[in-house]
Write a protein that binds this ligand. Structure first.
Ligand code: HEM
Length: 401
């Protein structure tokens, strides 16, 4: 009886745990209400299933910058190595990050904006003049794939394969949804691996001025052969699902606040402010995880070594201690803390300058070409809750009077 009672009690606790509820309908509808609940419960809150959780901006930032927190569970099984940097701690992380980062620095990307504008314009040209069209299929989804394959030097002939396999594997970032999904992922992973091997062979024969050629040049010396594959896979995939959702979430936020869409249509230079406010208010990557390597005192709570801490990056963006009136979407917002949409510390998003460039160009050109854009029908959201954004967002504009 005692055992039954404690099992029932444990279930009740688990049922109430905001983390467990995130993956149900209420979490998909409004995760921000659950982050607020976590914040109301304290700065560092135990989770029935996941160690600890926090939606405090201050605590998230502190954990991300604290070297006593890593990404690898010391006792648990290592990942399959497929995600590279994201799953590595120093010193391997530091070495690989140093190799990959020059290609994504703002300086390396200077001059890249013309190519991104050309891709965006090509996609916009193909859309019906007044709609309706699906903003995700027509603009948000094809853009990052076109850009990253170009940057990695993938020949045109393989781009379609990359897009297909990449989208399948990228969807795993949201957690597999079913057994069939898992099987599909494994198959896509193998086939994408084949495409990558061909790419490496090509660039060994004909090196170019691209990221893969530069990584191949470091192979053997600073890069082990078995590290190359997962690193390039990560560079390819990290920007697929995330950038799609940054474009989708920005356009969705603007169209749901029509005065702010009008402001951007009147002055497309405001696109950068709109993207930045979206990163705070409704970011694509909602949460991440860290593991304490030793006992750590965190906002008055002892987090024992080995414990996991769930960091709600999206919750940090709505923390009233960091932002005035945090639930208001306002692209004229000034002051306030820095959002954590690209994380912070050692794993700060390597692709942040590229993601910003892509999203700002997309929103700016969209506003120039479709100034009277409005929601025109369906909005379908992704089912996972790690990555948040629309999978379908139908828009259009009434014919000019
Ligand atoms: C890491 C977000 C686009 C490459 C991360 C992390 C976040 C993030 C939150 C760190 C996760 C953690 O700390 O646990 C985003 C968002 C994007 C975006 C919101 C778009 C809107 C891109 C793009 C690339 C990229 C376009 C292109 C290469 C990476 C890489 C890492 C990373 C390589 C791992 C860095 C490391 O572990 O050292 N990203 N990302 N990301 N991102 Fe992005």
């Amino acid at each position: 009886l005692v055992v039954t009672r404690s099992v029932v009690a444990w279930h009740a606790v688990r049922e109430r745990d905001p983390f467990a509820r995130l993956n149900r309908a209420e979490g998909r509808r409004d995760p921000y209400a659950l982050y607020a609940e976590v914040r109301a419960a304290g700065e560092v809150v135990p989770s029935a299933t996941m160690g600890f959780q926090t939606a405090s901006h201050q605590v998230c930032r502190e954990v991300l910058r604290d070297r006593r927190f890593g990404v690898q569970a010391k006792d648990g099984p290592r990942g399959d190595g497929q995600m590279s940097l994201l799953e590595l701690d120093p010193p391997d992380h530091t070495r690989l990050r140093r190799l990959a980062s020059p290609a994504f620095s703002p300086r390396a990307l200077a001059g890249y904006d013309e190519r991104i504008t050309a891709v965006v314009d090509g996609l916009l040209d193909a859309l019906p003049a007044d709609g309706p069209f699906d903003l995700v299929a027509g603009l948000a989804a094809p853009l990052p794939i076109a850009v990253i394959t170009d940057l990695l030097g993938v020949p045109d002939a393989s781009t379609a394969d990359f897009a297909r396999y990449g989208a399948t594997i990228g969807s795993a970032l949201a957690g597999p949804q079913s057994l069939a999904h898992v099987a599909r992922l494994v198959a896509a992973n193998r086939r994408l691996g084949g495409v990558l091997t061909d790419l490496f062979d090509l660039r060994r024969r004909e090196p170019g001025d691209d990221v893969v050629s530069r990584l191949l040049a470091a192979e053997g010396d600073q890069l082990r052969p078995d590290e190359l594959h997962p690193l390039v896979m990560l560079l390819l995939l990290a920007g697929f699902e995330t950038t799609v959702n940054l474009v989708g979430n920005t356009v969705l936020a603007l169209l749901d606040h029509p005065d702010q869409w009008r402001a951007v249509a009147d002055d497309p230079g405001l696109a950068a402010a709109a993207v930045e406010e979206t990163l705070r208010w409704d970011p694509p990557v909602q949460r991440t995880l860290r593991v304490a390597s030793v006992d750590v005192e965190l906002a008055g709570t002892t987090v024992p070594g080995g414990s996991k801490v769930l960091l709600y990056l999206a919750g940090a963006g709505r923390d009233p201690a960091a932002f005035d009136d945090p639930d208001r979407f306002d692209l004229t917002r000034v002051g306030g803390a820095e959002h954590l949409a690209f994380s912070a510390g050692a794993h700060y998003c390597l692709g942040a300058p590229l993601a910003r460039l892509e999203a700002v160009t997309a929103v700016q050109r969209l506003a120039e070409r479709f100034p009277r854009l409005e929601r025109g029908g369906r909005l379908r959201r992704r089912s996972g809750t790690v990555i948040r954004g629309p999978v379908e967002l139908v828009v259009g504009q009434p014919a000019a009077a």
